[in-house]
Ligand binder design. Structure first.
Ligand code: AMP
Length: 502
């Protein structure tokens, strides 16, 4: 029997005593340990009536057991449905109603809110805490620690990940065994991961970055991961000497740069730092190199497509760009039904084995974004330079049209960020009675810096065309971000919606 993704990720490590998950206290779980753990859990899923194709929803803290649950779902032929730990019971209720899981796993602290998030569902609810305790592992303890993975082919679903959806309902991206396997294979090769690698893993595992990009790659390569429940700059620094590589979101890098002891002595030996999930400022890229001698490798992907582009492993990692389409990924930049002329800005479309199967039970949404010939309309605006490096200029929905002119927020943000005293900025469009949308900059000051709106507006006067200049500047201490480091522009637009009386 074959099980496309599980066989490729874990098949070669059967019985291997090599370290797989290294915990901060120095203890490690081997590949064989995780194999036994996931076998017990897979047997439990089957005993609970989870059949191939059924969904298993999990809103749990990161732990070795949580990763084993993902593997158990693959083994049992179930579809893993991880949920952001920040979701409220009301939000969970939507996912449970939409995905109709056959089993739900939550933190023991949430068990008392069962009625709020299970709604009409009669599925069993089990618990798993960040320390591995709870009814899930209690029940699994009695199960056999070997299991033959259920037959699953490349087109069968392995996971559904709900997009972070800032407007409307979030959509469940259906990812097949082939989608996940093809991307893991490409990335192991492209980023040169081997069994000698030890990855600092401080990302959450309810998201594509920590679960698929990081964990799938490391399993495929046979390497080890230093398994951290969350990112803490000091802890990451203390463990860095044991690591060869780290995958991060941009905030990991800015927080490391905030630490005075973070330098070449500490980071110089690392083989690879990657960044993604949100734009890495060119300035951060340069500051990181100046401090450590390391050039961060930035890549670009999304829940629906896995990874699409990457800066090269060898060759120039160009700051501010996301590099080239990965092998096997076709990419085009489209405007008004045609590819843009060189240097033009348009929407990225991608096609390849990495692209998802559509949105769960949303055929209309799927048809809007996934063309019948396989091209997926990402909604990200980008341009490619003459060498083929792709630069993301923002989400399509963040584009501002003011007085009939297109304003690309990133361009304005870069100019603002270069002003003295500015930490970072978010440029948004708000309803404006004359211009349709008015450009507004929300600017975070550097700690201790004096910053006022008038000085910023003055500082931009001869640096940007008038229609791009913010009509209002709002100075704040920090920008709102989600756990993946993405600035929450929709929240900012909502908060300031009435600024121009619109
Ligand atoms: P998610 O589905 O949560 O992974 O979010 C995907 C979105 O994150 C993409 O559509 C991009 O808008 C953004 N994103 C991911 N990587 C990058 C990057 N390196 N630079 C800029 N934006 C990125």
């Amino acid at each position: 029997m074959t099980n496309t993704l599980y066989d490729a990720l874990m098949g070669p490590h059967q019985g291997s005593e090599r370290a797989f998950l290294i915990l901060p206290d120095g203890n490690a779980l081997s590949y064989a340990d995780i194999d036994r753990l996931s076998a017990r859990l897979a047997n439990l899923l089957v005993a609970k009536g989870v059949a191939p194709g059924d969904r298993v929803a999990a809103q749990v803290e990161k732990s070795p057991e949580a990763l084993a649950l993902y593997l158990a779902c693959l083994r049992a032929g179930a579809v893993f449905l991880p949920l952001n730990t920040a979701y409220t019971p009301a939000e969970i209720a939507y996912f449970v109603g939409d995905a109709e899981p056959a089993l739900v796993v939550c933190d023991p602290g949430r068990e008392g809110q069962r009625d709020a998030f299970m709604g009409m569902s009669t599925a069993p609810l089990m618990t798993l805490a960040g320390n591995g305790r709870g009814s899930l592992m209690d029940a699994a303890a009695d199960m056999p620690d070997s299991q033959t993975p259920v037959e699953r082919g490349p087109d069968d679903l392995a996971a559904i990940l709900y997009t972070s959806g800032t407007t409307g309902r979030s959509k469940g991206a259906m990812l097949s065994h082939r989608n996940l396997l093809s991307n893991a294979q490409v990335l192991v090769d492209y980023w040169r991961f081997t069994a000698d690698d030890v990855l600092l893993h401080a990302l959450p595992i309810f998201h594509t970055h920590g679960l698929f990009v990081a964990s799938n790659i490391m399993m495929m390569a046979g390497g080890a991961m230093i398994w951290l429940s969350k990112f803490d700059a000091r802890q990451v620094m203390s463990l860095m000497p044991q690591a060869t590589s780290m995958m991060g979101v941009p905030t990991f890098y800015t927080r490391l740069l905030d630490q005075p002891g973070f330098d070449r002595d500490l980071a110089g030996h690392m083989r690879l730092f990657t960044s993604g999930s949100a734009p890495l400022l060119a300035e951060t890229h340069r500051a990181f190199e100046a401090r450590t001698g390391q050039r961060i490798l930035e890549r670009y992907g999304m829940t629906e497509t896995n990874m699409n582009t990457s800066n090269p492993y060898e060759g120039e990692r160009r700051a501010g760009t996301v590099g080239f389409p990965l092998p096997g990924v076709e990419l085009r930049i489209m405007d008004g039904g045609a590819e843009v002329t060189p240097g033009g800005i348009g929407t990225i479309e991608v096609r390849g084995a990495n692209v998802f199967q559509g949105y769960w039970r949303m055929p209309e949404k799927t048809a809007e974004e996934l063309r019948p010939d396989g091209w997926f309309i990402t909604g990200d605006l980008a341009t490619a330079d003459p060498d083929g490096y792709v630069t993301i200029v923002g989400r399509g929905k963040d584009l501002i049209i003011s007085g009939g002119f297109n304003v690309y927020p990133k361009e304005v943000e870069e100019v603002i960020d270069a002003l003295p005293g500015v930490l970072e900025s978010a440029v948004i469009g708000l309803p404006h009675p004359d211009f349709g949308e008015g450009v507004v900059a929300v600017v975070a000051r550097q700690p201790g810096a004096e910053l006022n709106a008038a000085a910023i507006i003055e500082g931009l006067a001869d640096r940007l065309a008038r229609f791009k200049q913010p009509k209002q500047v709002i100075v704040v201490d920090e920008l709102p971000r989600n756990t993946m480091g993405k600035v929450q522009k929709a929240a900012l637009r909502q908060e300031h919606a009435a600024l121009f009386g619109g």
